[in-house]
Design a binder for this molecule. Structure first.
Ligand code: FAD
Length: 306
C-alpha cells in the first residue's frame, strides 16, 4: 500500500507529492490530467518570484519536479470512488479502469472547473479576452472595457475589483436583479465606471480572429439584441469543485467543496484535502501549492502517530 496517495495532479497535488516524497515515504499520484487547470492558462503573472510564465510551461515544471522524486505517477487515470479505511487502516481509491489502490493516507486535490456560458465564441476566445479569474487576468485589461457575466457575490466582487483597473465595466445579470450581498451592491452602484444590465442573456462572444471585440446579449424583457464593444469578458457564474465522485463519502459544503480544517484534514481519519476542491478561500496556484504542502505534512504527522 501507499503511505500517501494523492488524487489530482494540479499545483496542490504536485506540491503534496513532493512534500510527501521528501519524507522518504511511499507516495503515489493519480491524475486524470497532470497539470490541472494550469494547462488551460496562458499568462501567469502572480506566481510570486516568477514575474511571468505560461501555463503549459509551469505544468511541465510541476511534472518534472515531481519526477525528480520517487513518486509513482499514474497519469490519465480517473478516480471514481473512495472507500474509507476499515479494520486494516487502509483506504481504497477505485479507478475508472477497474483497478483499486490502497493507502494509509489519501490527499484529495481534484480541483475545480469554471462554469462556462456555453455560447458561440467562448471557446474560441478563451485566454484571448474571455477570462475567468479577475485576480489573475484583471491587470491585462488595464484601461480597457470589460464585461462581467454574473451578478452573484463573485461577479459583483469581480466588477468592483476590475473597476479600479480597467476603463469601463458592464455587469451582465440574467435575472431581473443582482443576487450579491447588499453591501457589495451598494459599493458597486457607487462606482462611476460601472454599468449594470439585468434581465440580459449573453448569446455570443464576438472577435476578430485574434481577440475579443465584443459581446452580444438579448434583453429578456423586450427580446432585443444588443452588441457591446469591449476587450474583455470575465465569466463569473460559478466555480464547480470536482467532487461528484465523493458525494456521500465525506463532508462537503453546500457548494460541494470538501470541508477541511486549518491542517487540511477532512472529517475522515487519514483523509486530507487541498486546493481548489476544498473550502479554502481564494482559488489560486500559489495557495493550492501551499495547501498541498500543508496536507502532506499533516498526512506525515498522522502516519507517525498511528
Ligand atoms: P486543479 O489545477 O484543478 O487540478 C486538479 C487535478 O485533479 C487535475 O490533475 C485533474 O485532472 C485531477 N482530477 C480531477 N478529478 C479527478 C478524478 N476524479 N480522478 C483523478 N484526477 C482527477 N491561478 C493563479 O494563481 N494565477 C493565474 O494566472 C491563474 N490563471 C488561471 C486561468 C484559467 C483559465 C484558469 C481556469 C485558472 C487560473 N488560475 C490561476 C487558477 C489556478 O489554475 C487554480 O487555482 C489551480 O490550478 C488549482 O490547483 P488544484 O491543484 O487545486 O486543482
Amino acid at each position: 500500500p501507499f503511505d500517501v496517495l494523492v488524487v489530482g495532479g494540479g499545483p496542490a497535488g504536485a506540491a503534496a507529492a513532493i512534500y510527501a516524497a521528501r519524507k522518504g515515504i511511499r507516495t503515489g499520484v493519480v491524475a486524470e490530467r497532470f497539470g490541472g487547470q494550469v494547462l488551460d492558462t496562458m499568462a501567469i503573472e502572480n506566481f510570486i518570484s516568477v514575474p511571468h510564465t505560461e501555463g503549459p510551461k509551469l505544468a511541465a515544471a510541476l511534472e518534472q519536479h515531481v519526477k525528480d522524486y520517487e513518486v509513482d505517477v499514474m497519469n490519465v487515470q480517473k478516480a471514481v470512488a473512495l472507500k474509507p479505511a476499515n479494520g486494516d487502516g487502509l483506504a481504497t481509491v477505485e479507478l475508472e479502469n477497474g483497478a483499486s489502490l490502497k493507502a494509509k493516507t489519501v490527499i484529495l486535490s481534484t480541483g475545480a472547473r469554471w462554469r462556462q456560458m456555453g455560447v458561440p465564441g467562448e471557446d474560441d476566445y478563451r485566454n484571448k479576452g474571455v477570462a475567468y479569474c479577475p485576480h489573475c487576468d484583471g491587470p491585462l485589461f488595464k484601461g480597457k472595457r470589460v464585461a462581467v457575466i454574473g451578478g452573484g457575490n463573485s461577479g459583483v466582487e469581480a466588477a468592483i475589483d476590475l473597476a479600479g483597473i480597467v476603463a469601463e465595466v458592464t455587469l451582465i445579470e440574467f435575472d431581473s436583479k443582482l443576487r450579491a450581498d447588499a453591501v457589495l451592491q451598494d459599493k458597486l452602484h457607487s462606482l462611476p465606471n460601472v454599468t449594470v444590465v439585468t434581465s440580459a442573456q449573453t448569446t455570443q462572444v464576438n472577435g476578430n480572429g485574434e481577440k475579443v471585440t465584443g459581446l452580444v446579449y438579448r434583453d429578456r424583457v423586450s427580446g432585443e439584441e444588443h452588441t457591446l464593444p469591449l476587450e474583455g469578458i470575465f465569466v463569473q457564474i460559478g466555480l464547480v469543485p470536482n467532487t461528484e465522485w465523493l458525494k456521500g463519502t465525506l463532508a462537503l459544503s453546500n457548494r460541494g467543496e470538501i470541508e477541511i480544517d486549518a491542517r487540511c484534514e477532512t472529517n475522515l481519519r487519514g483523509v486530507f484535502a487541498a486546493g481548489d476542491v476544498t473550502t479554502v478561500p481564494y482559488k489560486q496556484i500559489i495557495i493550492a501549492m501551499g495547501e498541498g504542502s500543508k496536507a502532506a505534512l499533516s498526512a506525515f504527522d498522522y502516519l507517525i502517530r498511528n
